[in-house]
Design a protein around this ligand. Structure first.
Ligand code: ZN
Length: 190
């Protein structure tokens, strides 16, 4: 699901990850590279801060960051609460009601297709209710970080960016997608 709201020059985007849909969802032909949108950070690195109060989800975010950093395609660097470009959180009780059946949501602000601020939020209550394993939780965090870097959904199930991903971690196609995203100017998508 994708919603867009246009302000004067600052665009706000929201992308979300729904619950696992089960076997009725058919997989499209494998995309060779995970697609990306028109927005990107100025460089292939950005600062983050983890704001969730949950020790468990703090670790989930940290592990997802580590997994992406190990690919070498992008570098998430620890920042301060005040200046970090990316904020990683879990939802409040109030937000949970608005999350609907989304286990994760990423909201980003862009000016002339340059990403300025990104907020990714996990929905622990829902993941817990649907029996997500620790690995599943990590994949959701990796998926949201994929959006944070500018990746779109991959129609193939063999991608962390599949729109209902839960069981698949970062794949080669996803790493290639990030590399292409940062070798392609802002404003151009694939
Ligand atoms: Zn998504």
């Amino acid at each position: 699901m994708r919603k867009m709201t246009w302000l004067k020059t600052l665009a706000v985007f929201v992308v979300s990850l729904g619950l696992w849909g089960g076997p009725s969802v058919t997989s499209a032909a494998a995309a060779t590279v995970t697609p990306f949108g028109a927005q990107r950070f100025a460089h292939d690195h950005a600062t983050y801060v983890i704001t969730t109060k949950s020790a468990y989800y703090r670790r989930i975010w940290q592990e997802a960051i580590q997994a992406w950093n190990q690919t070498g395609a992008f570098k998430f660097e620890a920042g301060t609460k005040r200046h970090a470009q990316i904020k990683l959180d879990t939802d409040s009780r109030q937000q949970a009601a608005m999350m609907g059946d989304n286990v994760g949501v990423t909201q980003y602000w862009a000016k002339n297709n340059d990403l300025t601020t990104v907020t990714s939020t996990l929905n622990p209550e829902l993941m817990h209710a649907f029996g997500y394993s620790r690995a599943d939780d990590e994949h959701v965090a990796e998926h949201e970080l994929g959006h944070a870097m500018g990746l779109n959904h991959n129609p193939s199930k063999d991608s962390v960016m599949y729109y209902r991903d839960r069981s698949v971690g970062i794949q080669k196609v996803d790493v290639l997608g990030v590399e292409e995203r940062y070798h392609t100017p802002a404003g151009e998508s694939d």
